[in-house]
Design a binder for this molecule. Structure first.
Ligand SMILES: [Zn+2]
Length: 301
């Protein structure tokens, strides 16, 4: 299941109010400023904060991104790490190094939501973030996280199938949960968030599945729920945009950690929502990258 970390000062709100109440209370602090969201993915933090892979020092990258997020003129409504929080095997030692790297966000009053990627492991994660476990247990059998905001409901899903195996899966139970939750939430736009990408397979194909093993079933949900406007994922370490039938936007986040193709950017996305669109600005770690500042406005009906 996805996990949510809340700043200490705001945890007391949780006991009395819904997340919607929490969001609006927080928005008041920023007065007229438009609410925005800091989207990160694939941080791949190893136990060793100086660990280097493919030319990137992952601890330094995450520290730089968190620093940039906190230097924006206003604070985001929340920050997200969309899976592969840990380097390869989701070790307890990896999360021990991750924890102080995200702490500045919590100290600044910014909630941090994390989804599980194929390089994460739920057990060790909860050992290092016991307060997330306590919150999770207040909703029995919770498989997904719903974050209500003014213009959309964000739904965070868990696509981790087997630790350190590339394939992802949502699973029948979680798919049913997603459908039922969207029906319950009414007409407000829904933005889905999960680690793995879609991988449609022709009938009888036998190639390796590196995306969602249940892509066809998930696409059935995407196509049958008009509230769903976008699916945001990481995993490929390659920033980009696509659309699937029905005009649903597929948003591939850049990694905070290394890229597999050195020409691709790493960094984070600054998201702003309106009633009928989502704007995404790419903040690259390499400020000289040709895509630095790239901004996409994705609209829907
Ligand atoms: Zn990754």
């Amino acid at each position: 299941m996805p996990v949510s970390l809340y700043p200490k000062s705001r945890r007391s709100f949780l006991k009395t109010g819904s997340l919607a109440t929490l969001s609006s209370a927080f928005a008041l602090q920023a007065q007229d400023a438009a609410p925005w969201y800091a989207l990160m993915s694939d941080t791949h933090i190893d136990a060793d904060p100086m660990k280097e892979a493919r030319g990137a020092v992952m601890g330094d990258n995450l520290r730089a991104v968190v620093d940039e997020i906190l230097k924006e003129p206003t604070k985001p409504e929340f920050a997200l790490i969309n899976g592969d929080c840990a380097y390869l095997k989701g070790l307890k030692e990896d999360y021990a190094t991750l924890r102080p790297l995200v702490q500045p966000l919590l100290d600044a009053g910014v909630p941090v939501h994390l989804t599980m990627g194929n390089h994460d492991d739920r057990g060790p994660f909860f050992e290092l973030f016991p307060e997330a476990n306590a919150d999770a247990e207040t909703v029995k059998d919770r498989h997904i996280t719903v974050i209500e905001s003014k213009d959309a409901n964000w739904i965070l899903i868990d696509t981790l199938q087997i630790v350190n195996n590339v394939t992802g899966e949502i699973g029948q139970e979680q798919r049913e949960w997603i459908s039922a939750t969207i029906d319950d939430l009414g007409d407000k736009p829904v933005i889905l968030v999960g680690h793995h990408y879609l991988q449609p397979m022709p009938e009888g194909a036998t190639e390796r599945i590196s995306g969602l093993a249940d892509t066809a079933e998930f696409m059935g949900i995407l196509e049958s729920k008009p509230q769903i406007k976008a699916y945001i994922y990481g995993h490929s370490h390659s920033y980009g945009f696509k659309e699937v039938s029905g005009g649903i936007h597929l948003i591939n986040q850049p990694p905070v950690a290394y890229v597999f193709n050195q020409s691709r950017p790493n960094g984070w996305l600054r998201a702003e929502l309106s009633g009928d669109s989502l704007s995404l600005k790419l903040n690259t770690l390499d400020k000289a990258h040709e895509l630095s500042g790239d901004t996409k406005m994705l609209s829907w009906r």
